[in-house]
Write a protein that binds this ligand. Structure first.
Ligand SMILES: Cc1cc2nc3c(=O)[nH]c(=O)nc-3n(C[C@H](O)[C@H](O)[C@H](O)COP(=O)(O)OP(=O)(O)OC[C@H]3O[C@@H](n4cnc5c(N)ncnc54)[C@H](O)[C@@H]3O)c2cc1C
Length: 338
């Protein structure tokens, strides 16, 4: 039996889920349905940096599993010949705090070479009182999304550009629906635990910046992430605002904080500004629920609410979507035998 599977959403979460289903389940006629494709999705504009961030009360045991799987996947790409195509690379740098006691991270053993910084390093950052240095992995998400889309289509996957008003409209045509609709789950499902956290990024030409620098202080958060073609500056977050218009006050705040962290940025040329909405939720939703439409029971696997960490978690969450489908197939076989 070949299952007809629909994945709602062509962001990093939807595309990776579709590929993991193709490659782990090994059967299925899969269509990705979305009204926005790369380069218009949230991940395309994001920093593309592996670091768990803004994940509500999602249990650490789940986060560790998903982020570790994603880490291994991205590092394997970064260390392979396809790194140039997916634009995945290792990057080292500083994470700083104005507190004298740096708050340890639960993921410190997942990254490479995590260590507290020395007094000499601290002298370079006059506003910081503590900090750590580590190596992580980063992707240029636009290139990575193209890499994923090609892999999905090479595996026989189909795409359809369409806006969905209700999951019920897909249920009659598919055996399984996988819902990866990001922040819009609030409207599609009336899931009021989903809230946008609006973020502003400024991309600049600063090829001399080779280390990332993050400042974690609430209200004064800032980050500088060197990329392949541009360096990403960020740090203005706003909870509950759905606007994706660029605001002058955010431009100013991001510029001021990032130039304070890395003063050489004052001579950088601005490439462009971007605003995106992090799909923040009380906890990441990754589970199967069944809907009954016209007397037909259809499993819906939800995979959304990855906050500021969709890149960091995507491959691990997608692997679990595939496991949930395998479980569904087993349940059907068991029922058929009864
Ligand atoms: C400023 C900023 C910086 C970030 N930096 C990082 C970072 O460095 N590292 C990191 O790990 N994460 C980062 N993130 C978070 C990350 O970008 C998101 O968690 C991730 O992109 C969410 O992916 P998604 O696929 O769930 O959602 P989206 O990319 O928003 O995709 C949703 C998809 O669903 C489709 N869809 C939704 N509703 C419907 C509907 N009704 N009908 C049809 N289609 C629909 C859309 O068309 C789209 O294809 C950042 C986010 C922001 C805003």
């Amino acid at each position: 039996m070949v299952l007809k599977i629909c994945v709602i959403g062509a962001g990093i979460i939807g595309l990776s889920s579709a590929i993991q289903i193709q490659e782990r389940v090994g059967q299925g006629d899969i269509t990705v349905v979305a009204d926005k494709f790369s380069p218009e999705t949230t991940g395309d504009g994001s920093g593309g940096f592996w670091k768990p961030h803004m994940l509500g009360e999602t249990p650490i045991s789940d986060l560790r599993r998903w982020s570790e799987t994603t880490w291994k996947h991205l590092i394997a790409i970064a260390m392979s010949p396809v790194a140039a195509q997916a634009e995945a690379y290792m990057v080292s740098g500083y994470s700083l705090s104005s507190r004298s006691q740096y708050q340890e991270e639960w993921w410190k053993d997942l990254v490479l070479g995590y260590r507290h910084i020395t007094p000499r390093e601290l002298q370079m950052f006059p506003d910081a009182k503590s900090g750590v240095f580590f190596t992580s992995v980063q992707i240029n998400v636009v290139a990575y999304m193209d890499f994923l889309l090609r892999r999905f289509q090479k595996n026989g996957g189909k795409i359809q550009r369409k806006a969905i008003t209700s999951i019920d409209e897909l249920a009659p045509d598919y055996d399984v629906v996988v819902n990866c609709c990001g922040v819009r789950a609030r409207h599609l499902l009336d899931d009021f635990e989903v809230t946008p956290v609006r973020g502003h990024l400024t991309r600049v030409q600063a090829p001399w910046v080779k280390h990332f620098v993050l400042r974690l202080d609430p209200g004064e958060e800032a980050f500088v992430l060197p990329g392949v073609m541009t360096t990403v500056l960020g740090g203005a977050d706003e909870v509950g605002n759905w606007s994706i218009e660029v605001k002058d006050e955010d431009k100013g705040a991001v510029w001021r904080r990032c130039c304070q962290l890395v003063p050489s940025l004052q001579n950088a040329q601005v490439d462009h500004h971007w605003v995106g909405l992090r799909p923040s939720r009380s906890r990441v939703r990754l589970e199967t629920k069944h809907v009954t439409v016209h007397g037909r029971k259809v499993p819906v696997i939800h995979n959304y609410g990855h906050g500021g960490s969709g890149v960091t978690l995507h491959w691990g969450c997608a692997a679990e979507v595939a496991e949930l489908i395998l479980q569904e197939i087993q349940d059907r076989r068991r029922m058929a035998k009864l």
